[in-house]
Write a protein that binds this ligand. Structure first.
Ligand SMILES: Cc1cc2nc3c(=O)[nH]c(=O)nc-3n(C[C@H](O)[C@H](O)[C@H](O)COP(=O)(O)OP(=O)(O)OC[C@H]3O[C@@H](n4cnc5c(N)ncnc54)[C@H](O)[C@@H]3O)c2cc1C
Length: 504
């Protein structure tokens, strides 16, 4: 009989220790059990930590907790490696405890927040750079590492990740893999997050550890894991292909008074410039105004970052400058563009500071329909008086993530819910025209259940097989907390009341 168990000592290393038996006939609770193999410093039931780890920027979870305390998790555990992660998950499986996997919690739409209480597994201590192969340009790394830490380590070898989100200063590698990972820095040049994965180490809901190479066609494949919000288990390690650091970075930016010219310029940069941009974005002046102190005077700004060897960069910048003349672009001051690039990870956060409640939605729109989608946004927005703003970043080929913000205050509930209704109308329009939402999380899952039934059906088959008790990251993609008709009724009422209240 195996009478030892694995325990973490104070330095974070795992050691074999004798198994604890029932103490004086008293049953041990989950916290005590966990503290036998994870350092007590990394097991928390502090109520402030629980509340913040159970929420995100979209603020919806806090309403849940206000009315239904049982949404809140009851314990946060931070394992330091795959083995202790696996033991922890197995214990939860045996005791039927709901699990929420959380990394930096920046993904929003309740992606990393609990829907059934239970255990939050914070992945950020599984963050070791295990191996860098400078020749093959690959890295094997713990999935809880932040992009910034990984980039710093890689830069010593002259290497860099191919694609990462603009939230790279805090967000983690595993978080970008489990969310779409299809828009961000480097994506238009090197491909999506999924494109740079060589293999993953994955822990299934029953605690079993699996090694999953890119071309695996076993029970669970990479395609099941990328962009599925951790519903099938936890990614503990990742092997990524890399690129090398470049020597020349240049930013090009033009202001446009016509939306059509701005969108056409944005599209031409993707298709007509010799080297694809490292980053490309289009934004409305209102977004610039909310996120920066200085801002260009034209209604629309398109800016592109080129990052390569000096010759490549020069050719691309010259082409981008030339093309701008076809669309009557007005060159934006270089210092402004430098500020934008420097503050890329703070721009969205800055807009949050301008209102009490920031409300937003992220649309995943084909570049072919970008102009008509924007026109519809402008048309719908003209009916309301609340402040709104939008910006877009380019994603995997031919697609863009359009983010629209509405600024409001929950103490003005009619306006608050009308902002949500405005974003909801655009969501339905996106689905109806064949597009999608970018981030799904818990909040947006009801749209998938209405508009993408096939996707939900297929994902459900694997979910039922791997997690029949639905304990792992529940209520994402395959099962929804909210119903489409109830949301639509709430928003229709809000719009009606808004019309009456703001008639004058
Ligand atoms: C300012 C700002 C800028 C952003 N820019 C971009 C952008 O350019 N592109 C983009 O795509 N997104 C962007 N995002 C959204 C978000 O930052 C990304 O989705 C990011 O990758 C999430 O990482 P995270 O570590 O915060 O993950 P979390 O938010 O903690 O988790 C996200 C989801 O992944 C799951 N998960 C996390 N780690 C694991 C794991 N190891 N195994 C299994 N499941 C896991 C969680 O359960 C959750 O469902 C931005 C957000 C902000 C606030």
């Amino acid at each position: 009989m195996n009478d030892t168990t694995v325990k973490e000592n104070r330095t974070g290393n795992l050691t074999q220790v004798p198994k604890k038996v029932k103490k004086r006939g008293r049953k041990r609770n989950f916290e005590e059990i966990v503290k036998e193999f994870i350092s007590p410093y990394h097991v928390s039931t502090n109520r402030y930590e629980l509340e913040s780890a159970s929420a995100d920027l979209t603020s919806l979870p806090s309403y849940h907790y206000k009315f239904k305390k049982n949404y809140l998790a009851s314990i946060i555990v931070r394992p330091a490696d795959t083995e202790s992660l696996s033991i922890l998950i197995k214990k939860c499986w045996e005791l039927s405890l709901p699990i929420t996997i959380r990394a930096a919690g920046t993904s929003c739409f309740s992606s990393a927040t609990p829907a059934k209480g239970g255990v939050i597994i914070d992945m950020r201590r599984i963050n070791k750079v295990e191996h860098i192969d400078a020749e093959k340009m690959t890295v094997r790394v713990g999935a809880g590492i932040s992009w910034l830490n990984l980039m710093e380590k890689l830069s010593d070898y002259g290497l860099a990740p191919k694609a990462y989100p603009t939230s790279f200063k805090t967000s983690c590698v595993g978080g970008y893999i489990a969310t779409p990972g299809k828009a961000g820095i480097g994506v238009s040049k090197y491909g999506t997050m999924a494109d740079s994965i060589i293999s993953l180490t994955f822990v299934l809901p029953n605690g079993k550890i699996e090694h999953i190479p890119k071309d695996s066609n076993g029970e669970i494949s990479l395609d099941d894991i990328t962009g599925t919000y951790g519903i099938y288990g936890a990614i503990s390690e990742v092997e990524l292909s890399l690129t090398n650091l470049k020597t020349s970075l240049e930013i090009v930016g033009y202001g446009f008074s016509s939306l059509e010219n701005a969108v056409n310029y944005y599209k031409d940069i993707m298709s007509k410039v010799p080297d694809k941009p490292f980053f490309l974005s289009i934004s409305e002046r209102k977004f610039e105004q909310y996120s920066h102190i200085n801002f260009p005077s034209q209604d629309w700004l398109v800016w592109a970052v080129f990052y390569d060897d000096p010759e490549e960069t020069f050719r691309s910048v010259s082409a981008a400058d030339r093309i701008a003349q076809n669309f009557k672009g007005v060159r934006v001051d270089e210092s402004y563009l430098k500020e934008k690039w420097r503050d890329i990870s703070d721009a969205e956060v800055a807009i949050g500071r301008t209102s009490r409640n920031i409300i937003f939605q992220e649309y995943w729109i084909s570049n072919e329909r970008l102009l008509s989608f924007y026109e519809s946004y402008i048309n719908k927005a003209s009916k309301y008086k609340f402040p709104i703003a939008t910006y877009t970043i380019s994603g995997e080929e031919g697609m863009s993530r359009v983010k629209i913000f509405g600024l409001s205050d929950i103490t003005r509930p009619i306006e608050f819910f009308t902002v949500k209704a405005f974003l909801h109308d655009l969501s339905m329009e996106a689905f109806k025209q064949g597009d999608n939402l970018y981030t799904i999380g818990i909040v947006n899952t009801f749209y998938l259940r209405k508009y993408r039934r096939e996707v939900v059906k297929n994902r459900k088959i694997l979910k039922n097989k791997l997690d029949p008790k639905d304990l792992f990251n529940s209520y994402r993609i395959v099962k929804a907390r909210m119903k489409h008709w109830r949301i639509s009724l709430l928003f229709t009422t809000a719009k009606l009341l808004y019309k009456i209240s703001f008639k004058k």
